[in-house]
Each structure stands twice: as C-alpha cells, then as structure tokens.
Design a binder for this molecule. Structure first.
Ligand SMILES: Nc1ncnc2c1ncn2[C@@H]1O[C@H](COP(=O)(O)OP(=O)(O)O)[C@@H](O)[C@H]1O
Ligand SMILES: [Mg+2]
Length: 420
C-alpha cells in the first residue's frame, strides 16, 4: 500500500512511525513532514491548506489511503474532495468536522442531545456579551467560536479580564471570522482527560485514555499551549467512569451527528473535565490529539492501517485492537518563550544518545541541513517511552532528555509527576 499523511508535527511523525510497522505498507508520503519523518517517509512540499493540490497528488501517485493530522484541511473539506474523486481517506467530511470548527455548533448540539457540558451562552455581538458578564459569577471561560490554533480560549478571573477577552475576540478581531461569535461558559474545576474513539459513522472503537498537560509551566501554571506532555492511561479511569463516557457522551454524539446527516467517520476526540467522577465535554476535536497520540501509539499492538482503513471504508467491524497494559508518556521539548515569542534555528545535539536509552523521539518543529538538526518552531521534539509503571516511564524519558540540548530548550519537569 501507499499511504499519505497530511501534517508536519509530532502527531504525524508518530502516526508515520506506527504506520511504517504495518506489513501492508510499502511507501509512505508526508505533507509536508519534518526532519524526523524524512527517514520513514518521502516529504512532499505542499501546504496542508491546499486541499486540491493534495488530492491531485494522491490521484497522481495512486495513494491507497490518506490520513489527515490537523483540523484545518478537514474544516476546509478535504474529505469531501477525496470522496468526490473516489480516493480513500481517513477523517470526517466538512459537515461533521463542524463539531470542532464551530464551538457554538458543538455546544448547541450537546444541549440538544443532553450531552453533559458546562452551562453556556452564545453571543453574536460584543455589546450583548459585555452586558452579560456584568452579572456573571467568576471565573468564567470565554471562547472564540471558530478555529484559532488553540489560542482562542480565555479563563477569566474577573470582569476586567472578561471585557478584555471579549474585545480581543470580537472588536479587535484577533482571530478574524473565528471571533464572529463567542461562547461564555461556566468554569469547571476538575481533572482533564482525553478520550479518543475511531468511528465509521455507526460503530466506534475506543482508544486508550490519556491526559494532556496544557499549560506551559509546571503544576499547570501560565498560559495554555498546544500541549506540553501526555500520559496514558488517564490515572483515575475506572469502569464506571469509562462506561459513563461511552453512554452519555460518545454514543449520543455519533448517533446525533448521523441523525443530522453529519455521519462521523474518522477520529472523534472528546476533551473532558472530570468533576467528582462525572465527565463534562469541554470541546470536541475531529482528529488525533497532539501530544496524546505520541503517547498512546506506543501502547497500540495491532496494525493501525487496518483500523484507519476500516473507518474510511465504513465497516469498522471485527477489527481486533490490542493494547499494551503498560504506561506510556510523552514530554515536549520546546523553544523557551513558547507559546508567545521564541527564537528558532538552534542546533540540536544528543538525539542519538538519548535514543539509545530506549525512548522514541518524534520530531515536531525540526529541520535538517548541513548534517545537523535545527529547531524550527515552538514545539520542537517529543520524547516518549513506555514501561510497566508511570515512574519507570518518566525516569526513562527524563534520563533521555538530559542528553538532548539546544539553545533556549524548555520543557516541563512535572509530566507524570504532578499532584494531579
Ligand atoms: N469550562 C471550562 N472550565 C475549565 N477549564 C476550561 C473550560 N473550557 C476550557 N478550559 C481550559 O481551556 C483549555 C482549552 O479549551 P478548549 O475548549 O479545549 O479549546 P481549544 O483546545 O480549542 O483551545 C482546556 O483544555 C481547559 O484547560
Ligand atoms: Mg482543547
């Protein structure tokens, strides 16, 4: 088989790594890849937003299956374009991807289908939102409706911060059209959990649970990031909680979307807040999480291609999926200053020595030139490992990290260790 992966982060490197283990796969192509994917795939320089050119490429190269990493091409309708040309692709159509690309749609969908989610109000104008927050109980959460690359959510401790956030989104239009509407939502205190399933529109296969470390500083201080680390499984998962998530969230979401003519094929990601062992949906994503995917794929024993293909073809039945019961984790090495301002172009050293300790290293923002690796983005590398206990896993990862260096390296020291 010839497989094409769209996206160029750590998530895509991990997917390529797992796909490359399949006996069915002969060639892998990566749009546009990074310095890590080039060893397992052929990097192809096309923008992920250029869905027509990607479809042309898949057609010309006779790609057997295309797998989409990031949300942007899904929200632009890449799956519809592939379907039109009879090309096989893993992911939801544009209409179903709407559950990620419009948070207002997602919230109204949840209200209609009785899916537990924090109470909320939606506003179409800054004035009505500014009026509302005068009476609100703080903290509250203010969210831009559309895609903002993880930058459009503000946790507001008081009315001043709320006003500032509404102005940033709706008056200054920092996120463009994504800020035409906002959601003002009740703040929930609890533990965040990631629950991902693969669906063919009717059936679902749950993946193992995980937990993402969103904030930039240790012990969850500072601003949100794309994710600074992940562990799998979620430490406090039990059968009651698991069954509750399947019954009150996953099933009604897949059924509700189908009922609305938005059949969901691909990966559904529920970002949950667990409060007193009850789950609430903070948001849905329609693609693999980053960096949770890097951690969970280390636990997957089965052939991922069978799973992705069955979802794409709509017959997710009798696909055996086996998981390692060990604990896996991922720590993100980033450029100091991320998620705000940071420098790139720094030489990376020590990757070989780090790897020799038995970790997997997935590249995110790296380039390779003149025989060296260089940093090229905020999130640079993912150091991942698996071991029987969380303690052993984290020791392996942090021991390996001690060999990796680049100017202004920054990473969280508390992944898998925090008082969560
Ligand atoms: N209602 C809420 N209560 C508490 N924290 C929240 C709430 N909504 C969002 N958050 C925090 O903000 C983060 C980002 O919000 P999310 O809805 O996942 O948007 P996005 O991932 O698109 O930025 C969450 O991972 C969580 O840490
Ligand atoms: Mg999120």
């Amino acid at each position: 088989m010839k497989i094409l992966i769209v996206g160029s982060g750590g998530r895509e490197h991990a997917l390529i790594w797992k796909i490359s283990q399949s006996k069915r796969v002969k060639n892998i192509y990566s749009i546009s890849g990074n310095a890590g994917t080039k060893d397992l795939a052929q990097n192809v320089d096309i923008k992920v937003s250029n869905i027509i050119e990607i479809a042309d490429f898949a057609q010309e190269e006779k790609i057997d299956l295309t797998v989409i990493g990031p949300e942007l091409p899904l929200s632009l309708g890449i799956v519809d374009e592939f379907n039109k040309r009879n090309l096989k692709i893993f992911g939801p159509r544009q209409k179903a991807a709407y559950i990620e690309s419009s948070k207002a749609f997602a919230k109204e969908f949840m209200r209609k289908n009785n899916i537990p989610t924090p109470e909320f109000n939606i506003f179409n104008s800054p004035d009505s939102a500014l009026d509302y927050i005068k009476e609100a109980v703080f903290p509250i959460v203010i969210k831009a409706d559309g895609l903002t690359g993880g930058k459009g959510v503000f946790i507001c401790e008081d009315v001043n911060k709320a006003e500032e956030s509404i102005k940033t989104i709706m008056v200054e239009k920092k996120f463009g059209e994504a800020g035409d509407k906002i959601i003002v939502e009740r703040f929930l205190k609890g533990q965040e959990m990631t629950f991902m399933v693969i669906s063919d529109g009717k059936r679902v296969i749950p993946l193992v649970t995980s937990m993402d470390y969103k904030k930039i500083f240790d012990y969850d201080e500072g601003p949100n990031t794309g994710g600074m680390g992940a562990i799998s499984p979620f430490p406090q998962i039990d059968t009651t909680l698991y069954n509750n998530i399947m019954k009150s969230i996953i099933s009604p979401t897949i059924e509700g979307l189908r009922f609305e003519g938005k059949e969901f094929r691909g990966l559904l990601y529920a970002g949950l807040m667990i409060v007193n062992n009850s789950p609430y949906v903070l948001e849905f994503n329609v693609r693999f999480g980053d960096p949770e995917t890097q951690a969970i794929l280390l636990r997957l024993k089965s052939d991922i291609v069978d799973l992705l293909e069955a979802s794409a073809e709509g017959h997710l039945i009798d696909i055996p999926v086996e998981w390692d019961t060990s604990v896996s984790a991922c720590v993100v090495l980033s450029s100091k200053g991320y998620p705000l301002k940071y420098e790139t172009g720094k030489v990376i050293d020590g990757l070989k020595r780090a790897k020799s300790l038995g970790v997997e290293i997935f590249h995110a923002g790296t380039i390779f030139k003149d025989n060296s690796f260089y940093t090229s983005s905020g999130r640079v590398l993912n150091i991942c490992a698996i071991a029987p206990t969380l303690k052993e896993t984290m020791k392996k990862i942090y021991d390996a990290i001690s060999f990796v260096s680049f100017d202004n390296i920054y990473f969280r020291q508390d992944i898998g260790r925090s008082k969560k």
